[in-house]
Design a binder for this molecule. Structure first.
Ligand code: K7E
Ligand code: CUA
Length: 663
């Protein structure tokens, strides 16, 4: 009886197992038939393994993905798609007190005053000899024209420069072969100088400034060297020449119609717009010879100093301007079909790919042919004194009907190009030189930019491709009406692209850049050395901690170390005072920040890295005894890391005093 039971229960188990397998098979079959297998990630290959980075191991690449309207830059690992850091650049970030503490507020200074938000589109990494060198990341701000530099030792924004005479800094900040320049072309034509005039006087009167920002090769510091003052077209995207075309910068334009209303119709009238080819080496010669105009203007240049842990802002009043009509050899126009968006140069520097948004084909120009036409002075008229090269004379080839709505192109190291198509939602791989389409893969959905590590340099790494999509729809669990955008990782090491992974992004990812980890990881800073801290309110040990009154301004020189503040009891503060907390983190160990927040402070917390000093202002409004505490769980006794400020009435005579443990 007992035996029988066991047998029958064994049979039962067997039956159940068979049933499970059958159901699983049916499920797999049905999911194959209803879903494109590549859209869900294939079940029968090792895709999961190819993106899996085991716990405790590192990713192969750092990827820097723009945050678009979040104004930030996020740092991801590839191939895992893990998020490492969000670097605030053009937007305030209460988590890190960026733009809230007194030290970083000057980073947001502009000719319009304090601008705490920006639209960040295109990160680009510094290069040496046309190869990514892992030193700095530059990124443009579209709305209030600015370019920022992020130091890849600290992963902090260390410099922001405003662009005068510009509006919508979109064709930016692309980096030349040796980081001689980052560029900043205006998207919107505007009156230069800005003045009151009827909008419909646009044509012929508005201008488009192309700014060339020189980068100091030693420390990366930026300087607006000169502007080329172009006609008022919309300068959309840019790409520097590489190798043989080093010394040139190419811009796509749209709205060469110079329309000022209903551009979706009126700026699409002409069959072709232009690539503006700018010979910046020639422009430099004009500058050297003094052949430029100095224009009065006003723009901000903000720099963060790693040793004072503080930013300063300077207003600059002049800019050197080159008029291309009076400076032969600086600018040529090359016709490009149908409101081109992306402007991309291949690693050899020979091919200039323009993505006509409304064109059925992708048009590629040849740098060599363009130069030949220039040398033979074979022009097809001029626009505003700028010679126009005949379309056919520069044409290298056409990728026939590759997809709908081409936007951006990147390259691998094997002579292939990859173009995104917004309307048909796909990435298309094609061959440079033969122009044949080799492969296409869907993206989910409506892809904008794509990025191959090193894919806009002379040395693409060519293993992965990241597509950044505008629409997410059904890719993730829904989170109400607003969804994160999605990025998709493809393996491009074989003949055919393979979709490996989806991952969400912060804000709207426009462009991205990536570098092998070994270029960046060894230089990553771990702490700020206390002895190198030259903040004006630093205190290097607890015995120097103190409180000083100057009229109704009170300066608290405070320190933090696991697990207390010094001082932690402060009395003699009065309603109406302006209290500065200058807090130095005395820790000298990697990854031991302390935070501080004060009840009712109209600002963010501080999150202070080891060896750093930061400041916030608190204006006590009511009498009482008010606590502050550490916001970062820093030790087993983090919860004990707290203190009090006693606030007395305006006219009280409570003496100013401070203490730690009664001392
Ligand atoms: Cu195509 Cu601003 Cu480069 Cu977005 S832009 S996609
Ligand atoms: Cu310091 Cu928590």
């Amino acid at each position: 009886m007992k035996n029988q039971l066991i047998i029958s229960s064994n049979l039962g188990t067997l039956f159940l197992s068979l049933l499970t397998i059958l159901i699983a098979l049916l499920f797999i079959l049905s999911s194959c038939s209803t879903n494109n297998i590549s859209s869900k990630g294939a079940l029968d290959n090792n895709n999961a393994e190819r993106v899996y980075v085991p716990p405790g191991e590192y990713d192969e690449f750092y990827a820097f993905i723009s945050g678009g309207y979040s104004g930030q830059l996020s740092v991801y690992g590839l191939p895992s798609g893990r998020l490492f850091k969000i670097i605030p650049v053009f937007s305030q970030d209460p988590e890190k007190a960026y733009g809230y503490n007194e030290e970083t507020k000057p980073m947001f200074n502009t000719s319009f005053g304090f601008v705490p938000w920006g639209d960040a589109h295109h990160p680009d990494l510094s290069q040496t000899n046309g190869e990514i060198d892992g030193r700095w990341c530059f990124i443009n701000e579209n709305n209030t024209p600015r370019v920022a530099r992020i130091d890849l030792k600290t992963f902090e924004t260390v410099e922001i420069i405003e662009l005068p005479n510009s509006a919508g800094n979109h064709s930016s900040p692309y980096v030349t072969d040796n980081t001689e320049y980052v560029v900043a072309g205006t998207r919107f034509g505007v009156p230069v100088p800005q003045r009151d005039m009827p909008i419909d006087h646009y044509k012929g009167n508005f201008k488009g400034a192309l700014s060339f920002i020189k980068v100091n090769p030693e420390d990366g510091k930026m300087n607006l060297e000169f502007q080329v003052m172009m006609p008022g077209f919309d300068y959309d995207k840019a790409h520097p020449g590489r190798g043989k075309s080093h010394g040139w910068m190419f811009f796509t334009t749209y709205n060469v119609e110079e329309e000022n209303s209903l551009l979706e119709v009126n700026a699409s009238q002409r069959d072709k717009d232009y690539i503006a080819a700018v010979n910046w080496k020639k422009a430099e010669e004009y500058i050297k010879k003094g052949k430029y105009k100095v224009m009065k203007t006003n723009y901000a240049h903000n720099q963060y100093d790693e040793y004072t842990h503080s930013a300063t802002s300077k207003m600059i009043k002049e800019v050197k301007v080159i008029d291309p009509a009076e400076s032969p050899g600086v600018v040529y126009f090359v016709p490009m079909p149908k409101s081109p968006h992306g402007c991309d140069v291949d690693p050899s520097g020979e091919y200039i790919v323009g993505s006509g948004k409304l064109s059925a084909d992708v048009t590629v120009h040849s740098f060599t042919k363009m130069i030949n036409a220039i040398e033979n002075e074979k022009f097809d008229g001029e626009a505003y004194g700028i010679p126009i090269i005949n379309f056919e004379d520069a044409l290298a080839g056409v990728v026939k009907q590759p997809g709908l709505g081409p936007l951006h192109t990147e390259f691998d190291a094997k002579g292939n190009a990859y173009t995104t198509f917004f309307i048909s939602s796909e990435v298309v791989k094609w061959k440079l030189g033969t122009w044949e389409v080799l492969d296409r893969k869907p993206t989910y959905y409506s892809v904008g930019h794509l990025m191959i590590p090193g894919g806009n340099s002379q040395k693409p790494f060519g293993k992965y491709l990241v597509a950044m999509n505008k629409i997410t729809k059904d890719r993730y669990l829904p989170t109400g009406p607003e969804l994160f955008h999605s990025a998709q990782l493809y393996d491009i090491s074989g003949e055919k692209m393979e979709l490996l992974l989806d991952f969400p992004t912060i804000g709207e990812p426009h462009y991205a850049a990536a570098a092998p980890a070994e270029l960046i990881q060894p230089n990553s800073k771990k702490i700020y050395k206390l002895e190198e801290n030259h903040h004006p309110y630093v205190v290097r040990n607890e015995s120097e901690a103190r409180v000083e009154r100057d009229g109704n301004e009170v300066h608290i020189y405070m320190t933090t170390i696991r697990s207390h503040f010094a001082p932690d009891n402060i009395e003699g503060i009065k309603v109406g005072d302006k209290v500065y907390f200058h807090v130095t983190n005395l820790e000298q160990d990697f990854d031991v920040p302390h935070g501080i927040s004060m009840i009712g402070a109209n600002t963010s917390e501080l999150l202070i890295m080891p060896g750093q000093t930061e400041t916030f202002i608190w204006k006590p409004q009511n009498e009482g005894v008010w606590p502050f505490y550490c916001t970062d769980f820093c030790s087993a006794l983090h919860q004990e890391m707290q203190g009090y400020v006693r606030v007395s009435s305006k006219d009280s005579n409570v003496e100013l005093k401070w203490s730690l443990d009664g001392e």
